[in-house]
Write a new protein. Structure first.
Length: 536
């Protein structure tokens, strides 16, 4: 579909604005004229009602119906908007119709307030009433007989509305609108043809030449209006483009030379890079060898850490065994079994360290409460020696978890040893187990807390506690692998470890493991293997 030209669009818009303005002016003018006509009609109706009332009052008692009808017809025929003229008579304090003009509309009851006003000779002036077609205006004037009120004259007049008055002038407005539209169309076409279309055609021609590659195209400026400014800006833009094109061509020549030089330099750099890569490969190979040596050192430290723990516990039980041999043979026999179990554990650690550096344990349903109780019982000599009081808060009916008794024993021992080392002057170790709902709401979570009243840690120390070979203990008293092993064992059991500590206020380790589903709990062997305990 072909689009309309600019002058046609302008003509249509201007014509629409003119027509709207004429219609608005017509409505406003009609409203003002209607208001004036209403005021005049009301005043004239009041005057006519008063004159007719005066005429009837002058008749005296000789008021025959024919005379009254003639007078009423005379008033009704004076103006076309009078719809009824009616003469009312006061009889026995009631208002009854005496006569009415020919063609009057049916009589409406006289309102009570009007009736009371007529009786008291207070002449009401007006009463307004609206109909569905047009507003009506009622006028009452009191008639007198012998100085006493005898009735009233009623004139009902139709008042013209705003649209009735507007329709009187609509024909003139239509002609004015048509003439205005024709004049606007002709004037707009001539104006656009001379001031817009010709300059735009020249500008488009120059643009087509510039698009084809002729950057010397220029448009003569004939006026200083907006199109003249556009023409000047176009000429300026073409000049800048022409200058920038020349500069770009010069830069391309320089860039070509630089690319050639850069290509030569790049070939030299590539040769140097090949030599550097060869040297990097040799360095990486040496670093791998050093890494293997470091791993071997870490494995040796791990081995020393793991073997040292049960050896220290064996040493403590041997010292206590000397005193128990005479005093309590049964207690001595128990300690001998513990020492034997620790020796077997050392054997397993050595065998496992020879096979691999990471433990791979078989997991089975395990009761953590029983493990913790036996662990605390076996550690009692170490607690008594350090004057440490252990508080156990183990929840009843704790769900089972899938775990390795040996690995979890190693995990708990490392945490207990850290708490013992953090309380050199004695203190309190709080061990508790609780049950929490899982994230999905189905599988339960078993939570174990180890909280001590020791020296605590600073935030900086807490950020490194799981780093290998990092320790705050004195030289010879710690390997820096205890919490690394703790983290590794927790990961093997798909658990979560959390730490809270404040300097001088103690430390809390929280371990969270998933409980075994209820249907698997019955598979737990009631006879668990003996614990293998030790202290670093």
């Amino acid at each position: 579909m072909r689009s309309l030209k600019l002058h046609i669009k302008t003509t249509l818009l201007s014509s629409a604005i003119v027509v709207v303005m004429l219609v608005a002016a017509l409505v406003l003018t009609s409203a003002a004229i209607a208001n004036l006509e209403r005021t005049d009609d009301k005043a004239l109706a009041e005057i006519q009602a008063g004159q007719l009332a005066q005429h009837i009052s002058d008749m005296g008692a000789a008021r025959d119906p024919e005379s009254l009808v003639r007078a009423a017809n005379l008033i009704k025929g004076s103006r076309p908007n009078i719809v009824s003229v009616r003469i009312w008579e006061l009889s026995n304090q009631e208002i009854v119709e005496k006569a009415s003009a020919v063609g009057s509309t049916p009589a409406s009851p006289v309102p009570p307030d009007i009736r009371d006003a007529i009786r008291t000779a207070v002449a009401p002036k007006v009463e307004s009433a609206n109909s569905t077609s047009s507003p009506l205006y009622r006028v009452f004037a009191v008639t007198f007989n012998g100085g006493h009120p005898s009735g009233a004259v009623e004139i009902v007049q139709r008042l013209d509305g705003v649209w009735v008055v507007a329709f009187r002038y609509v024909k003139s407005v239509i002609w004015m609108s048509l003439i205005a539209i024709v004049l606007i169309m002709v004037g707009t076409y001539l104006l656009f043809r001379h001031l817009v279309y010709q300059p735009i055609e020249k500008l488009l021609t120059a643009m087509a030449r510039a698009k084809a590659g002729d950057l010397d195209a220029q448009v003569p400026v004939r006026a200083s209006d907006e199109l003249g400014l556009v023409t000047q800006e176009f000429n300026s833009m073409i000049g800048q483009v022409r200058e920038m094109t020349r500069q770009r061509e010069a830069q391309q020549i320089v860039l070509r030379d630089r690319v050639h030089d850069a290509t030569t330099e790049l070939e030299k750099r590539n040769q140097q890079l090949q030599e550097t890569n060869l040297e990097l490969w040799r360095t990486t190979r040496r670093m791998n060898e050093l890494g293997r040596l470091a791993a071997a050192g870490q494995t040796a430290a791990h081995f020393a850490h793991e073997v040292g723990t049960p050896l220290n516990l064996i040493s403590g039980h041997v010292q206590l065994l000397k005193a128990d041999l005479v005093r309590d043979p049964r207690e001595a026999e128990s300690r001998i079994r513990t020492i034997s179990a620790q020796i077997e554990r050392i054997e397993r650690i050595v065998r496992s360290m020879l096979d691999k550096t990471r433990f791979e344990s078989e997991l089975s349903p395990l009761d953590l409460n029983a493990l913790l109780r036996r662990l605390c019982d076996a550690m009692s000599p170490a607690f008594d020696k350090r004057d440490i009081r252990v508080v156990e808060a183990l929840v009843d009916n704790l769900p089972l978890i899938a775990g390795s008794s040996d690995r979890l024993q190693q995990l708990f021992l490392n945490l207990i040893n850290n708490s013992v080392d953090a309380m050199p002057n004695g203190g309190e170790l709080y061990i508790s187990t609780t049950v929490e709902p899982g994230k999905t709401g189905r599988q339960q979570q078993v939570v174990i807390d180890f909280a001590d009243t020791g020296t605590g840690m600073t935030p900086e120390v807490m950020s490194h506690i799981f780093d290998p070979l990092y320790t705050t203990k004195e030289r010879g008293h710690g390997t820096g692998l205890g919490l690394v092993i703790v983290s590794q064992i927790v990961a093997e059991h798909a658990g979560i470890i959390g730490v809270e500590s404040e300097l001088g206020q103690g430390t809390r380790f929280r371990l969270t493991f998933s409980a075994v589903p209820n249907e698997l709990s019955s598979a737990v062997d009631e006879h668990e293997p003996a614990l293998e305990l030790g202290i670093r």
